[in-house]
Design a protein around this ligand. Structure first.
Ligand code: ADP
Length: 164
């Protein structure tokens, strides 16, 4: 099998990574030889965590998965994928509401690069309500999110909100 078919890119904001993302990464790591979790360096979305913080949290949370690596990118995902010789993009689908946006993105990416294929992986049932946004909101209001995020994230969330 050519190398490009063994490499999958999982792009996202991961602001911060949640147990839902992590579950998807773990499942994908059993299917593909290598999974790159690619953090979007967007300036427009005004993330709570810097790109470096987001990457550190993902690295810590995936340290037991030898075939998973962490990177960041800006600009077009298709360019990033091409530069790394990857042809597979992974995206998670939690509910029908995700599907419309994800499909639009996938079709646009295929329009930009016919070599690139997007694979949708359904979220695990127990995480299908979980998003980075809701974790940030609950944590900011003092709610317990320890069951929703890895330990590396929990500590930083508490620290971030105590400094706000
Ligand atoms: P983006 O800003 O690109 O949507 P996110 O970090 O919010 O980035 O999500 C990255 C990908 O992970 C998206 O495909 C999203 O649908 C998926 N995802 C988010 N939360 C979960 C979850 N709880 N379970 C499975 N997939 C998820």
């Amino acid at each position: 099998m050519p190398a490009s078919e063994q490499l999958a890119i999982y792009p996202g904001s991961f602001d911060p990574i949640t147990n839902g993302h992590l579950d998807l990464i773990r499942r994908a790591s059993k299917i593909f030889h290598h999974v790159v979790v690619a953090t979007l360096r967007h300036e427009t979305k005004d993330p709570l965590f810097t790109t470096e913080e987001r990457m550190e949290m993902i690295t810590q949370a995936t340290s037991d998965l030898p075939n998973v690596s962490v990177d960041s990118f800006d600009g077009l995902l298709v360019d990033y994928a091409r530069e790394h010789g990857a042809r597979l993009i992974l995206r998670g689908i939690r509910a029908v509401s995700d599907y419309e946006y994800e499909l639009q993105m996938a079709l646009m990416n295929r329009q930009l690069s016919t070599e690139l294929e997007t694979l949708f992986i359904p979220a695990s049932e127990q995480y299908s309500y979980l998003s980075s946004r809701i974790v940030k909101e609950v944590s900011r209001l003092g709610g317990d999110v320890s069951a929703l995020v890895p330990a590396s994230v929990l500590a930083r969330l508490i620290e971030k909100h105590s400094n706000l």
